[in-house]
Structures are given as structure tokens and as C-alpha cells.
Design a protein around this ligand. Structure first.
Ligand code: SAM
Length: 267
């Protein structure tokens, strides 16, 4: 797992790449850097000891769900939610239902984790699967495999093709349909993304036994409703040894992600 060291690394790179500008104060205004450095060290400091937190120790009250993020209304600009923009996101011409925040977080996680396997539940048009395969190729030292599962594979666009990407037709409402023969041969680390919203914690429970220490499991969208089922489900995750990685949940603000309290890492 790769780690960036935050402010010191930033300074080192700045000195190396922009020595003249730093000396003259031209490119990098030191007052700006002063403010920036505290942000960098509080957000990018991935080594801080309380980064990994039990789901039960996390609150929900500060949660902002990016898909309902209200934009400021005025007489000339009507109020709208960020849903419009997020749902209009495309990748290589295909729908990719991820917010810009989450795309940035996945970019970082793929680089940091160096997954050998990405499992995506819920393919839709295949745009997100293609995004994951492209980013795995780009960011991983030794690219692995992306497997994307959906019931309605007819929706997958013919241009959603990549040598690392395989789509599987499956009805996830029956958990046992997930082929354990296939899963057990897939190399680790794993990044699992549940974006199908079907039998979420039954699938989690089924797959979590197959995950090993360091693997990640991201549950998109459903944890926004912090109802009894979600709280019980996350309790189950905690009992199975999963902790919330607050680097990801809180990078842009507390739970400013489509997976509030649900960027889970197996201990
Ligand atoms: C939110 S969309 C996935 C979006 C996609 N991951 C993206 O980011 O663009 C949810 C998907 O779950 C699939 N789905 C719904 N019920 C399912 C089921 N019982 N089994 C498998 N997939 C199902 C739908 O067909 C749909 O494509």
C-alpha cells in the first residue's frame, strides 16, 4: 500500500521543481503556502493514528450527501441539486454515476491500495467499470482484473470494453449466485464497490469472508439513510473486523461522499 507523506513531501517536491520561484517568492506565495500547509497536513496526512475508526464510533449528523448538495439559489439562478450534474457525468461517452468527489477518492484509493482485483456490483452502462479498468491500468504497478456484475447486462454499451474488464450477468437478490469458484481465485488486494443496492448487507456478509486484511469494501448510496438496517449492517461490518477509513469519508468534509461511513477496510 502506497502512502504519501503530506506536507514534507509537498515542500520537498516544491523545492526540487521550483527552486528559483521559491527563492523569489514568485510562483508560490509563502503566505498562501502557510495556510495551504495546514490543510495539506490535516487532509493528506494518511499516517495519522486515528484514520481508521469503528463504524459505531462515527456520527451521522455532519453528513452531506453530494447527490443532494444544494446549490445557492438567486433570482437569476434557480435552485438545483448537484444530482443533476452528477447524474450527467459521463466517461468516454458512457454514463458514469459517480460524483466528482468520489471519482477523486477512487483515484487516490486505487493508487494507494494497488488492487489486483476490483469487483463492482451494478454495472449499468459499463461506464464506471470502464473507468475502473482504465484507472487500474494507469495507477497500478501490475494491473489486475475488474469484474462487474449486473442483472440487466443488456444495458451495457458495446463500447464499454477493456482488456482488464469482464461483465457478468447475475441476479444479486440471491447472494449465492455470486460464483465462489471465480471469487476465490481472484488475487488480492481487493476493492469491492457495491453500487447495486440489492441485499446490501447479505452480500457484504457473503463477500466479507473472502476479503483479507487490507482489502476495501465501499458501499455506495444506501448508507445515506442512517436507518436501523444500515446501523445494524455497519455493526455487522465492525464485528467482522472492518473499520471506516476516514481519509476517504472525510477528505472533502465529513462524509462528503456517496458512501457515508462506508469506505470500509478489513483489519
Ligand atoms: C446505480 S446503478 C449502477 C451504476 C454504475 N455502477 C455507475 O456508477 O455508473 C445500479 C445497477 O444495479 C443493477 N441491479 C438492480 N437490481 C439488480 C439485481 N437484482 N441484480 C444485479 N444487478 C441489479 C441495475 O441494473 C443497475 O445497473
Amino acid at each position: 500500500m502506497k502512502l504519501a507523506s503530506g506536507y514534507e513531501a509537498f515542500w520537498e517536491a516544491a523545492h526540487k521543481n521550483y527552486p528559483d520561484q521559491i527563492k523569489s517568492g514568485g510562483l508560490l506565495d509563502l503566505r498562501f503556502l502557510g495556510g495551504f500547509s495546514s490543510v495539506v497536513s490535516s487532509v493528506v496526512n494518511d499516517d495519522y493514528s486515528d484514520r481508521f475508526v469503528k463504524p459505531s464510533e462515527r456520527g451521522w449528523t455532519s453528513s452531506i450527501y453530494p447527490l443532494s448538495f444544494p446549490m445557492k439559489a438567486s433570482a437569476s439562478i434557480p435552485k438545483r441539486s448537484a444530482t443533476v450534474g452528477a447524474l450527467a457525468l459521463t466517461y468516454k461517452g458512457l454514463i458514469n454515476i459517480k460524483t466528482p468527489f468520489d471519482l477523486a477518492l477512487y483515484t487516490r484509493l486505487i493508487w494507494e491500495l494497488q488492487p489486483k482485483t476490483i469487483l463492482e456490483l451494478g454495472s449499468f452502462q459499463g461506464g464506471s467499470g470502464l473507468w475502473f479498468a482504465d484507472h487500474m491500468s494507469l495507477l497500478c504497478d501490475s494491473p489486475g482484473e475488474v469484474h462487474s456484475f449486473d442483472l440487466h447486462t443488456k444495458c451495457i454499451h458495446e463500447s464499454a470494453k477493456h482488456p482488464l474488464l469482464t461483465f457478468h450477468q447475475i441476479d444479486l437478490s440471491t447472494v449465492e449466485n455470486l460464483d465462489k469458484g471465480l471469487l476465490t481465485r481472484l488475487p488480492h488486494p481487493w476493492l469491492v464497490i457495491d453500487d447495486a443496492h440489492v441485499q446490501v448487507f447479505s452480500i457484504f456478509s457473503y463477500l466479507s469472508d473472502l476479503l483479507i486484511s487490507g482489502d476495501y469494501y465501499v458501499i455506495e448510496d444506501v448508507t445515506v439513510d442512517a436507518n436501523r438496517e444500515i446501523i445494524d449492517g455497519l455493526q455487522l461490518a465492525e464485528q467482522s473486523g472492518f473499520l471506516v477509513d476516514t481519509y476517504y469519508t472525510d477528505a472533502f468534509g465529513i462524509n462528503l461522499t456517496c458512501a457515508p461511513n462506508a469506505w470500509l477496510r478489513k483489519s
